[in-house]
Write a protein that binds this ligand. Structure first.
Ligand SMILES: O=c1ccn([C@H]2C[C@H](O)[C@@H](COP(=O)(O)OP(=O)(O)OP(=O)(O)O)O2)c(=O)[nH]1
Length: 159
């Protein structure tokens, strides 16, 4: 596995300041935080796929901070992320977040994806999150071969 260095990876994320450039990845800032309402549904073909409702409880663009009680939230990242056609991206929670009893669950960022990713945040110990807090780090890897580019419903490439 070849990890793309931070000096190259920084070209794929619209960062606010250089403080986000880490040793081999790029830190990502909190954008919006949502609580979930209702159930989701998932099948084989996505025909019956249904997302729950999301209630926005925080927005880095207008709010200063939020106190999060124990629970499950989704977080949309404030930095626009782009995945080149020959790469994939993996996001990890920041170590500091884990040390506070809070984590993120993340999936694969496919080749061709572009947008503001959404992650699941699990607060196991209450935490205060300030606007633009760096909560995660994305690491890019090179793929030896790929099966096309991501064209699914979460791609914001054409927006
Ligand atoms: O934690 C993550 C991981 C990835 N993504 C983005 C980038 C990725 O390319 C896209 C789709 O991810 P995935 O293919 O895992 O989702 P899916 O549920 O299979 O969507 P689709 O049915 O559109 O393939 O969502 C996120 O927002 N959050």
């Amino acid at each position: 596995m070849i990890i793309i260095g931070a000096q190259v990876s920084k070209n794929f994320v619209n960062i606010k300041k250089d403080i986000q450039i880490q040793q081999c990845g790029i830190d990502l800032r909190v954008g919006k935080i949502y609580s979930l309402k209702g159930n989701g549904a998932l099948d084989y073909t996505n025909e019956k796929r249904e997302l729950p409702k999301y209630i926005e409880i925080f927005n880095s663009e207008k709010d200063e901070k939020i106190h999060l009680n124990v629970g499950i939230y989704t977080v949309q990242i404030a930095d626009r992320v782009k995945i080149p056609h020959n790469m994939a991206g993996f996001t990890y929670p920041r170590s500091s977040l884990l040390r506070m009893g809070c984590t993120l669950y993340t999936a694969v960022h496919d080749p061709g994806y572009e947008g503001y990713p959404t992650y699941l945040m699990h607060v196991l110990n209450p935490i205060t999150i300030y606007k633009d807090a760096r909560i995660a780090q994305i690491v890019y890897i090179e793929c030896s071969e790929v099966n096309g580019e991501y064209e699914g419903i979460y791609n914001e490439r054409n927006k």
